[in-house]
Design a binder for this molecule. Structure first.
Ligand code: 3HC
Ligand code: NAI
Length: 700
C-alpha cells in the first residue's frame, strides 16, 4: 500500500487513514492507497470502513499539480466506483475541509460524518473547472438542483451544520472524530443500516421549475467575465435531471476535460499557485520569527482607515481608530456601522456578529491610547509632510517593537521611515478601496524594513483575509505605477476616434469588471483634476487629461454629479452615452490636430493592456516585484483584472512576448518613445523566445 494511506482494523471497523501533507490532495499515491485499502476491506473481517485523514484537513481536492500532465492510474472515478460499490458501508469522517475531489470522495461513501468545525464544498469553479468526479451528479440528488447550483457555481464551502441540514452530511461528531466515526460505523452496522448509494436516487424532472436552467444560464453568463465553467456546470446539472447517472457522469467527465484543457482554467490555476507564491518572500526563510499581533491601531478613520479597521475587527483583532477630533471620529465610526448594517441587510452577517465586531473597534483622539498597539496603520490624507509628522509622533508614543505601517498610495516609504528613529519597524501596507472588500494587500518593503516585520505583516495580511504581494519602493508601487499607462491610453483612444462606450465595452468584454472610462466616473473625475492642479509640471502632456479636465470644468464630476463621460440614470445608476460628450471629445481632438479614425477592438485591448505588461517588465527588471506572477496577483486581486486571463503577465505569455514586443514597437513608431519605450527585459525575452513564466521558474 502507498505510504500516503494506511489501513488497519479496530473493533471490526476498517480504518483507511490518508496522510499526505499539506492538504491530503488526491495525488496518484493517495488514489492508489485508497483503492488498495477498499479492495482489501472487501475481503477481510471488517464490517464497515471509516475513511479519515491525518493532519490539518480532510482531502482538499484533486492534486492540482497533476493537472496538465499525462494522467496516472488509477483515475479518481475508478477509486470512487470501487468505494460506492463496496459490499460494506464506507463512512467518511471529515475534519478541516472536504473540498472538490475530496468532497466527491465523501459523496461516494455511504455515510458522512463530520466535526462541527468542518466545511464541505466544491470550489472547482474557482480554478475554471467543474467537479469532475461526480459532484455535479451526486449533490443535486441529495440537496436538490437549486442548492446544488448555488454551491457549485459559487464554489463557496458550507459549514457542517448547514451541510447536515441539506442532507450532505449525516452526523455531526462531538469529541474525537476518529473514535466518534468508528462508533457511528458500529451503530450503523448494529442497526442494519442500508448501503446508501447516492447514485440510486433519481431526480424527478417535474420538481424542477420550468425555465430554471435557461434562467440559470442567463444569470451565470451575465457575470462570466470570460469564464466558461459556470455555463458548463449548468449543463451538468441539466444532465443530472435528464440522464441516468452513468450517462450524467460521462457528460460531466467530457465537460470537465474540456475545461481542464481550456486557457481559462490554465489562467485560473496559475493564479491559485501565484497567490500562494506571492506570500513568500525570497531570501526570507520560513522560520523567520514573527511578532505577536494582538492589538492594532489605525490613524485616520476616513474611507480607507474605516475599512482597514473593519478588516481587523472581522478577524477578531481589537483595533483603536484614532482621529483628529470627536467629530471626525464619530463620522468614521458611523460609516463603519452603516457598512456593517448593509451586510446584515444582505443576510451575510447577523446583528449579533456586528455587535461583536463593533465592540472590537474603539475610538480615540489621543496618541496615549495607541501606545500599546502591536501594529499601527496610518491612513490619513495623502500628504508626505503630514505623514512624516504622524510617524514622528508614533515614534515617540508607540511601544518598542510595534510595527509602524503606512497606507500611502504614492509617497516614499523610506522618507516616512526616516521621520522615525526606528526605520526597521516601518513598512508600507497598501490596501485597496473598499478596504474591507478588496482582497489585495501590497506590502511595501522599505530600504531598512526588518525581515521579521515583513514576515509578520505577510502573516497578519493572511489573518485578516488578504492576499499579500510584496513591492519595493517606487512611485505608485507595483499596481498604481502600472495603471498610469492603462488610463493614459484609454484617454488617448477617445481623442483618436473611440467613444467612451467603445473603450469600456471592449475592455469589459475582455473581462475587466469595469472599463477605464466608466471607472473614472465612478472614482470621481474631480479627484485626478485636483491632483493635477497641485502638481502641474512643465512639459506634462495635456492630451491624456484634456477630456477629463473639460468635463470637470463643466461640472461633470462623474457618477456623484449624475454625469461625467456618461449620464447616469438617477434611479438605476445605469450609464447612458451622451452626445454632448462626443462633441467635447471631437473638439478636444481637433484642438490637438488629432485626426480621428476607426479603431479596432484588438487595438483597444493592445493599447490599454500592453502598457501594463511593459511597465510590469520594468518593475521586474528593477526588482520592485519579486516575480511576474506577483504582478498578476496584484492585478487580479487589486484591479479586478479578469482571473480567466491570469493577470497581465500571464496574458502576455499566452499572446507570445514576441508578438507583444512587436506591437509595442509599432506603437512606439506611431506614438513616440515617451510612452512606448519597450522594457529591456521584454526585448530580451521576446528576442530569445522566453516568457515571464520561465523567468519565475529560475532559482533565486
Ligand atoms: N493540490 C495541490 N496542492 C494543493 C492543493 C491541491 N488541491 N490545495 C492546496 N495545495 C497546496 C498549496 O499550493 C500550498 O502549497 P505551498 O505550501 O507549497 O504553497 C499548500 O497546499 C497549503 O495550501 P494553503 O496555503 O492554501 O493552505 P490553507 O490552510 O490556507 O488552505 C485549503 C487550505 C483550504 C485546502 C486551500 O489550500 C484550498 O482551497 N485548496 C484548494 C482546494 C481546491 O480547489 N480543491 C479542488 C481541486 S480541483 C478538483 O478537486 C477536481 C475534482 O473535481 C476532480
Ligand atoms: P480620507 O480623506 O477619506 O480619510 C483621511 C482621514 O484622515 C480623515 O478622516 C481625516 O480626518 C483623517 N486625518 C487627517 N489628519 C489626521 C491626523 N493628523 N490624525 C488622525 N487622523 C487624521 O482619505 P482616504 O481615501 O481614506 O486615504 C487615506 C490614505 O490611504 C491616503 O494616503 C491615500 O492615498 C491612501 N489610499 C487611498 C485609497 C482610496 O481609494 N481612497 C486606496 C489606497 C490607499
Amino acid at each position: 500500500m502507498s505510504h500516503a494511506v494506511s489501513y488497519s482494523i479496530r473493533d471490526k471497523i476498517g480504518v483507511i487513514s490518508v496522510d499526505s501533507p499539506p492538504v491530503n490532495a488526491l495525488s496518484q499515491r493517495v488514489r492508489e492507497g485508497i483503492l488498495d485499502a477498499v479492495r482489501k476491506a472487501q475481503k477481510d473481517k471488517s464490517e464497515a470502513v471509516v475513511l479519515c485523514c491525518k493532519g490539518r484537513t480532510f482531502i482538499a481536492g484533486a492534486d492540482i499539480t497533476e493537472f496538465g500532465k499525462p494522467p496516472l492510474e488509477p483515475g479518481l472515478s475508478e477509486v470512487l466506483s470501487a468505494m460506492e460499490n463496496s459490499s460494506k458501508p464506507i463512512i467518511a469522517a471529515i475534519h478541516g475541509a472536504a473540498l472538490g475531489g475530496g468532497f466527491e470522495v465523501a459523496l461516494a461513501c455511504h455515510y458522512r460524518c463530520a466535526v462541527a468545525g468542518a466545511r464541505v464544498g466544491l470550489p472547482e469553479v474557482k480554478l475554471g473547472l467543474l467537479p469532475g468526479a461526480g459532484g455535479t451528479q451526486r449533490v443535486p440528488r441529495i440537496a436538490g438542483i437549486r442548492a446544488a447550483f448555488d454551491m457549485i457555481v459559487s464554489g463557496n464551502p458550507i459549514a457542517a451544520a448547514k451541510a447536515r441540514d441539506m442532507g450532505l452530511v449525516n452526523e455531526i461528531i462531538d469529541g474525537d472524530l476518529v473514535e466518534g466515526a468508528i462508533s457511528y460505523a458500529r451503530d450503523l452496522v448494529d442497526s442494519g443500516a442500508p448501503l446508501k448509494r447516492i447514485r440510486d436516487v433519481n431526480i424527478d424532472p417535474a420538481t424542477i421549475e420550468p425555465g430554471f436552467f435557461e434562467q440559470a444560464r442567463k444569470r451565470v453568463n451575465a457575470r462570466a467575465r470570460g469564464q466558461i465553467a459556470q455555463d458548463r456546470i449548468v449543463s451538468c446539472l441539466e444532465a443530472a435531471v435528464n440522464l441516468p447517472i452513468d450517462k450524467g457522469l460521462k457528460r460531466e467527465r467530457e465537460l470537465f476535460i474540456e475545461l481542464l484543457t481550456s486557457p481559462e482554467s490554465a489562467a485560473m490555476r496559475h493564479i491559485f499557485f501565484a497567490e500562494r507564491q506571492a506570500a513568500k518572500i525570497k531570501g526570507l526563510p520560513r522560520e523567520t520569527p514573527v511578532r505577536e499581533i494582538n492589538q492594532a491601531a489605525i490613524i485616520g478613520g476616513g474611507t480607507m482607515g474605516g475599512g482597514i479597521a473593519m478588516c481587523f475587527a472581522n478577524a477578531g483583532i481589537p483595533v483603536v481608530l484614532l482621529e483628529v477630533n470627536d467629530e471626525a471620529l464619530d463620522r468614521g465610526l458611523k460609516i463603519i456601522r452603516k457598512n456593517y448594517s448593509i451586510t446584515v441587510k444582505r443576510g451575510k452577517l447577523t446583528e449579533a456578529d456586528v455587535k461583536k465586531r463593533m465592540a472590537l473597534i474603539t475610538g480615540a483622539t489621543n496618541y496615549a491610547d495607541i501606545a500599546d498597539a502591536d501594529i499601527v496603520i496610518e491612513a490619513v490624507f495623502e500628504n508626505l509632510d503630514l505623514k512624516k509628522e504622524i510617524f514622528a509622533k508614533l515614534d515617540e508614543t508607540c511601544k518598542a517593537g510595534a510595527i509602524l505601517a503606512t497606507n500611502t498610495s504614492y509617497q516614499d516609504v523610506d522618507a516616512i521611515a526616516a521621520a522615525t528613529a526606528r526605520p526597521e519597524d516601518v513598512v508600507g501596507t497598501h490596501f485597496f478601496s473598499p478596504a474591507n472588500v478588496m482582497k489585495l494587500l501590497e506590502v511595501v518593503r522599505g530600504a531598512k524594513t526588518a525581515d521579521d516585520v515583513l514576515a509578520t505583516v505577510m502573516l497578519t495580511g493572511k489573518r485578516i483575509g488578504k492576499v499579500c504581494a510584496l513591492s519595493g519602493v517606487c512611485y505608485g508601487f507595483i499596481g498604481n505605477r502600472m495603471l498610469t499607462g492603462y488610463g493614459r491610453e484609454a484617454q488617448l483612444l477617445l481623442l483618436e476616434g473611440c467613444t467612451p462606450q467603445q473603450v469600456d465595452s471592449t475592455l469589459e468584454k475582455f473581462g475587466m469588471a469595469m472599463g477605464p472610462v466608466a471607472m473614472g466616473d465612478l472614482a470621481g473625475l474631480d479627484v485626478g483634476y485636483k491632483a493635477r492642479q497641485s502638481r502641474k509640471a512643465e512639459g506634462d502632456d495635456p492630451r491624456p487629461y484634456a477630456v477629463s479636465t473639460r468635463l470637470v470644468e463643466s461640472g461633470r464630476f462623474g457618477q456623484k454629479t449624475g454625469a461625467g463621460y456618461y449620464r447616469y440614470d438617477s434611479e438605476t445608476r445605469a450609464r447612458v452615452s451622451d452626445p454632448e460628450v462626443e462633441v467635447m471629445i471631437r473638439e478636444e481632438a481637433e484642438k490637438f490636430g488629432i485626426e480621428r479614425r476607426e479603431i479596432s477592438e484588438a487595438e483597444i485591448i493592445a493599447r490599454c493592456i500592453y502598457p501594463l505588461v511593459n511597465e510590469g517588465a520594468k518593475i521586474l527588471e528593477e526588482g520592485i516585484a519579486q516575480r511576474a506572477s506577483d504582478i498578476d496577483v496584484v492585478y487580479v486581486f487589486g484591479y479586478a483584472f479578469p482571473v480567466a486571463k491570469g493577470g497581465p503577465m500571464f496574458y502576455a505569455d499566452q499572446v507570445g512576448l514576441k508578438s507583444v514586443y512587436d506591437k509595442i514597437l509599432e506603437f512606439r513608431n506611431r506614438h513616440g518613445e515617451q510612452n512606448w519605450e519597450p522594457a529591456n527585459l521584454l526585448k530580451q525575452l521576446a528576442e530569445n523566445g522566453g516568457s515571464f513564466a520561465d523567468l519565475d521558474q529560475r532559482p533565486a
